[in-house]
Structure formats: C-alpha cells, structure tokens
Design a protein around this ligand. Structure first.
Ligand code: FER
Length: 233
C-alpha cells in the first residue's frame, strides 16, 4: 500500500498481510509489525516469513483473522536505509514515525480495511529498533493500542517514558523477549524491571539465541498467542 505522508511530504510504502481464507468483513484486528535499524517495509517478508506464521496461527485458531501492516519505520526523506544506519537523519526518522502512524497510517488502514476503530482492535510489535518503537509508541498512546510486543528491543527504548507510564486496569498487554546471547539484552532487562515495578501485566521471555531471526519469529508467534490466550475474540 502506498500513502502520502504528512510527516515526510513523500509517497511512502508499507506491506500488507491479509488472511488467505477469510471474508474481509470478518476481520476485526489490525497489527503493526516494525522492522530493525537496517530494514524497511520488506524486511520481515525477506527474512522472517511472517505470512506463513500468521496463516498457520489463524488456521489453527490460535489467533483471529487479522490484517498485519509492515510499514517503513523510518519516517524520513529518503526513507531507505542509509549506508551508516546510525546516521542522525535516519534515527530521527524512527522517532518521527510515531507521529505519522497516529496521524496518518492508523486512520488510513481503518478506512481501507473496514476494521473497528477501537484500541481493542489494534496492536503493535517489532524487532530491535522496531521493538523500542513499539514500546515507546504503545505505552505513550494507550488510547491507540491494547497490545504491545518487543522482540530484542534496542537502546532507542525510552526507559524514562516506561517509568512515567501510568498502569491502568485497561493498560495494554505487553510481551517481551530477548536472546540471552544478545548484546542488547540489558535493554530488555531494564524494560522488564521497570514494567514489573510499575505493576504492568506483561510477560518477558529470555530464550537461547542472539540478535537474530529465530528469536524474532518466535517472538511474533508467541506474543500473538499470549495476547489472544484468555481473550474473547
Ligand atoms: C544501538 C544499537 C542497536 C541502537 C540501535 C540498535 C539506537 C538497533 C539494532 C537493530 O535494530 O537491530 O545503540 O541505538
């Protein structure tokens, strides 16, 4: 899907997953899936085979049919990954994405896919840089998201923001994971500790592995199962 971004002033792309077997009128959930610091809207499809994971979870009724949106999380012009992925302009793009998502992409997806415009119908998750974005955006916009998951979240995770987040009865369900060999493990541990101290209902899994796709594919599957386990669909 292409859209005109009010944040960058450019035409931007995202990939859309739609369930293969369901009438579009039966779909009531929208999931945003974010990539890592060197990636773009194609990264998950290129390395993580999310279509197969989602097809299987929907087919075995672990999760309801949903639309998954894979945006380019770098809201900058240009939005392709620069040679130096830590370049300030690119990092700023990752920060700007939250504004674009709320002001443009969320409303556009509701228009396009006729999904109820309610926080209960929306989730956000991502790997590494996208995991940090998911926590930052998800916890600062509880009005937008009822489910937040981060797989090996990166140091862009705003721990101070998590510390200032207000835990309420209807706060988002939060799921985290990280490989125990990952150099960024401390970020997940910090986020886990803060969320525990604040009383958020969350689950955090430390699993064998590094900063890699086995961990992120596991995260996509397990976080979705967790979110829909005891939840009426
Ligand atoms: C950092 C180390 C890693 C950082 C971001 C990353 C913003 C992201 C890694 C990834 O997305 O794989 O210091 O700072």
């Amino acid at each position: 899907m292409e859209y005109q971004s009010p944040v960058t002033g450019t035409l931007r792309r995202c990939r859309i997953y739609t369930p293969s077997t369901t009438e579009s009128g039966d779909i009531r959930y929208l999931l945003f899936v974010l990539h890592g610091i060197g990636g773009d809207e194609d990264e998950w499809q290129r390395y993580g085979n999310p279509d197969a994971i989602l097809d299987r979870l929907i087919a075995d009724r672990s999760i309801p049919p949903l639309i998954a949106v894979f945006p380019n999380g770098r809201a900058s012009n240009p939005d392709s990954a620069p040679e130096n992925v830590f370049e300030p302009h690119a990092i700023e793009g990752f920060l700007n994405f939250g504004r674009e998502l709320a002001s443009c992409l969320v409303p556009l997806c509701h228009e396009r896919f006729a999904i109820p415009d309610r926080r209960e119908c929306r989730g956000i998750c991502g790997l590494s840089m996208g995991g940090g974005q998911s926590l930052n955006i998800g916890l600062s916009r509880p009005d937008l998201f009822s489910f937040v998951a981060a797989f090996s979240p990166a140091p862009n995770t705003d721990i101070a923001l998590l510390e200032s987040a207000v835990c309420r009865k209807d706060s988002a369900k939060i799921w985290l994971c990280c490989g125990t060999e990952d150099e960024l493990l401390y970020v997940t541990k910090d986020a886990d500790r803060v969320l525990s101290n604040k009383g958020f209902s969350h689950r955090c899994e430390y699993i064998p592995g590094g900063h890699d796709w086995d961990v992120w594919k596991y995260g996509l599957e397990q976080s979705l199962k967790f979110n829909w386990k005891e939840r009426a669909t």
